[in-house]
Write a protein that binds this ligand. Structure first.
Ligand code: THU
Length: 133
C-alpha cells in the first residue's frame, strides 16, 4: 500500500509533465489502483475541446495495466486553495471505485496546501453501471 504523502509526491512529479500550453493550468494526478500507483497529467490540444484531464489519463494508464480497483487519488494543481477534480473526472473515477466512501481524494499544490474528501463526498448518489439493465 502507498501512503498518502508518497501518492502526493507522485502527483507533484506528474504535474511537471503536464502538457498545458493553452490553459497554462498544469495538473498532475496519482492514483492507487489495485495496490499500484499510476500517474497522469493533463494533455491539451490546439483543438481546445480535445484536452484530457490528468485524473483521466491516470485512470487510462491503470486500466491499460490491468488494474481496476481504485483505492486513493492525489491531484496537484497550482491553485490556492487546491482545486478538486472536475465533474467528468469524478464520474470516471467512480467507475472504478467499489466503495466510493473508502476512496480518499487529496488535492494539493506545490506550496503544501491540502484539501481532502472521499470520492463519495465529491459525487454523492453518482450514476454507476449498477443502474443499467
Ligand atoms: N483539468 C484537469 O486536468 N483536471 C481537472 O479536474 C480539471 C481540469 C485540466 C483540463 C485542462 O487541460 C486544464 O485543466 C484547464 O481546464
Amino acid at each position: 500500500m502507498t501512503d498518502t504523502r508518497t501518492l502526493e509526491a507522485r502527483a507533484l512529479d506528474a504535474q511537471r509533465r503536464a502538457y498545458a500550453p493553452y490553459s497554462k493550468f498544469r495538473v498532475g494526478a496519482a492514483l492507487q489502483v489495485s495496490g499500484q500507483v499510476f500517474e497522469g497529467a493533463n494533455v491539451e490540444n490546439a483543438s481546445y475541446g480535445l484536452a484530457v484531464c490528468a485524473e483521466r489519463t491516470a485512470v487510462f494508464a491503470a486500466v491499460l495495466a490491468g488494474a481496476h480497483r481504485l483505492e486513493a487519488v492525489a491531484v496537484c494543481t497550482e491553485a490556492s486553495p487546491p482545486s478538486s477534480p472536475c465533474g467528468a473526472c469524478r464520474q470516471v473515477l467512480l467507475e472504478f471505485a467499489p466503495d466510493p466512501a473508502a476512496v480518499t481524494v487529496t488535492a494539493i499544490n506545490p506550496k503544501g496546501e491540502r484539501r481532502t474528501w472521499t470520492l463519495a463526498e465529491l459525487i454523492p448518489d453518482g450514476f454507476s453501471g449498477r443502474e443499467l439493465p
